[in-house]
Ligand binder design. Structure first.
Ligand SMILES: Nc1ncnc2c1ncn2[C@@H]1O[C@H](COP(=O)(O)OP(=O)(O)OP(=O)(O)O)[C@@H](O)[C@H]1O
Length: 261
């Protein structure tokens, strides 16, 4: 039996006009993420990953193609689809100086929740990310890895079913990256969260045992698990080799090896 799909995109295209010149940021992207699944979008700079994410999360209307999130047509009903979506962008979610728990409560209230429920959701989000002890701190005092977990907590206060993360580990040291991944995997395992993310770190994707979609020049050039992709390129020892064989290029950053335990 087919698994129910949490995210389904078909034939996504986005053309920007720069002056009179069309820029085809995304030409043809289709992807499926089953409920509880993990999908990583990989590609060199300018491949169209962020533009794809923005279309999947209703932040940008596609030029063509369709997106369904939890069965909702996200192009026709963006407000409805957005309730199912948590989005963690590349920038930090909270200001430097306010207490994290207070900011989370404010965020939850923006979703129309009462004070009491907002407090509950703030505590739940902190707990889900393993940072309950940091609630009284200000973001400006945290390490990079702690700060990224706070960003993710902000994407969770309205209890979305699918979490989109744009480069969640970029700029972190290997230890902090492993910590953020531990929490992402915990969200999937314990809270049945569906996760879709972009990353430049191939080693992370190899370990995460999810589906990989490689995009280049706005198009999907390959998709599958890390093992499936390796199997498609004879002699490929790593995903890096696959990437080079398919696109003729190296990803900008490949990350350092680290233990995921
Ligand atoms: N608002 C815009 N107007 C014009 N061109 C744009 C716009 N946004 C993105 N582009 C172009 O579309 C292409 C894809 O950009 P996008 O940011 O989606 O790539 P990316 O894969 O996320 O890159 P990176 O890894 O560097 O973040 C690039 O050529 C970019 O310059």
């Amino acid at each position: 039996m087919d698994e129910p799909l949490m995210v389904q995109a078909r034939g996504l295209r986005k053309t920007f006009m720069v002056g009179r010149q069309p820029v085809e940021a995304v030409r043809n992207v289709s992807l499926d993420v089953p409920a509880g699944g993990l999908l990583a979008l990989l590609g060199p700079n300018g491949a169209g990953k962020s533009t794809t994410m923005r279309m999947l999360t209703t932040l940008l209307p596609p030029t063509a193609g369709s997106v369904h999130v939890a069965g909702i047509d996200a192009v026709a009903e963006p407000a409805l689809a957005r309730r199912q979506i948590g989005y963690v962008g590349q920038k930090h979610a909270a200001g430097e100086n306010y207490r994290i728990r207070d900011e989370l409560i404010t965020q939850a209230r923006l979703f129309g929740l009462s004070k009491a429920v907002a407090r509950e959701r703030a505590d739940e989000a902190l707990e889900m990310l393993g940072i309950a002890s940091l609630g009284k701190r200000a973001p400006g005092t945290l390490s990079g890895g702690q700060r990224r977990r706070v960003d993710i907590a902000f994407g969770l206060v309205h209890r979305p079913r699918v979490l989109f993360l744009d480069e969640p580990t970029t700029g972190l040291d290997p230890h902090s990256r492993a910590g953020v991944w531990e929490q992402i995997e915990r969200l999937r395992r314990e809270h049945d969260m569906t996760v879709l993310l972009t990353t430049h770190y191939l080693d992370e994707v190899e370990r995460a045992a999810g589906q990989i979609v490689i995009v280049d020049a706005g198009e999907v050039v390959a998709q599958g698990s890390a093992a499936e992709l390796r199997g498609r390129v004879p002699g490929a020892a790593s995903l890096d080799d696959v990437f080079i064989a398919l696109t003729g290029r190296r990803l900008q950053a490949t990350g350092e090896a680290y233990s995921h335990a």
